[in-house]
Ligand binder design. Structure first.
Ligand code: ATR
Length: 292
């Protein structure tokens, strides 16, 4: 059911800066939360081409926005134009949430790390001291690897382009020197070996994402070994080929919708200072995906 939002002179604005943004579920999720809590706020899509990022950030302040989310491809590009960023965003190297404070300063943080940890917690998965195998070394991998390492996981990274995996491991080791990071090639042999010593597998690659729903980053004939939980950051489709494989092997299989919801809920909390209605946000994105 669509929520009705009435805009008037007192409506406070937040939005999402990206290119493109029309397929984003965030406007729907955040506006559902504003409606449910009776807050006179609105969340709008803000399509910003790559050569307009600085103007867009400065524009938020000029136009009285309270904040914004930042999505692909601007999560790194916004950083030079911010008044400050949190240590977390600095460590991850990307910003997904901007907050305009009452003095007009724009600061950036990253709620993706919180999102994945909160979703794992909600699913009863503990990560402290566990060995985690992460597939991918892109933007999502940065947030996930940082989040898990900070919680005390031993992180192993496997990526098609191994140099990117090495770079990510080095970067995180510099920020979290007490943690152990390993890099393995994304090959059948290396994955088969790693599957015998890791307990959690997280896919951060785009392999298996709609419309390539038959693809999986995990070779069909490789056993999951000691892996008990498989987390896929993809949520289109909800059940990727990887999650089907995991379920068939008896693993706990978790899709990426919860990470989306919890990163959004944390941004909503930072903007409004209120407790976010997580269930409402969850329902809004779930309904939207079911009706696509
Ligand atoms: P995001 O910000 O969503 O993580 P990204 O930075 O473009 O997006 O990263 C995409 C990830 O998916 C990368 O790890 C990429 O591997 P490369 O670093 O080798 O490019 C991975 N990926 C994309 N397509 C892939 C494929 N067909 N096989 C294996 N890995 C793939």
């Amino acid at each position: 059911m669509a929520e009705t939002i009435t805009l008037n002179g007192a409506t406070r604005l937040v939005g999402i800066i990206g290119w493109p943004v029309e397929h984003s579920l965030s406007p729907l999720m955040h506006n559902a939360a504003f409606s449910a809590t009776g807050l006179n706020w609105a969340y709008v899509p803000l399509p910003v081409p790559p050569n307009r990022v600085q103007e867009a950030v400065l524009g938020l302040r000029a136009l009285g926005f309270r904040g914004a989310n930042v999505t692909i491809p601007h999560k790194q590009a916004v950083i030079p134009y911010l008044d400050r960023i949190t240590p977390e965003a600095q460590a991850i190297g990307a910003v997904n949430t901007l907050v305009v404070d009452p003095e007009g300063a724009v600061w950036g943080t990253n709620t993706d790390a919180y999102g994945v940890l909160e979703d794992l917690r909600a699913h009863g998965v503990s990560v402290q001291g566990e060995r985690v195998l992460i597939l991918g070394a892109g933007g999502a991998a940065h947030a996930v690897a940082y989040a898990l390492a900070r919680q005390g996981s031993h992180v192993t990274i496997a990526n098609r382009t191994e140099a990117r995996a090495i770079q990510l491991a080095r970067r995180l080791h510099a920020v979290l020197p007490g943690q152990r990071f390993s890099v393995i090639p994304l090959t059948r042999e290396a994955l088969a070996t790693a599957a015998r010593s890791h307990s959690l597998l997280v896919n951060t690659t785009s392999v298996g994402m709609w419309p390539h729903v038959d693809a999986s980053p995990w070779p069909e004939e490789v056993e999951f070994g000691t892996i008990q939980v498989v987390y896929d950051v993809i949520y289109r489709p909800r059940e990727t080929r990887l999650l089907q494989q995991a379920r068939a092997a008896g693993c706990q299989a978790i899709d990426g919708l919860g990470m989306l919801v919890h990163q959004g809920a944390e941004a909503w909390r930072l903007w409004t200072g209120r407790v976010p209605p997580v269930d409402i946000m969850w329902q809004a994105v779930e309904n939207a995906l079911d009706n696509q």
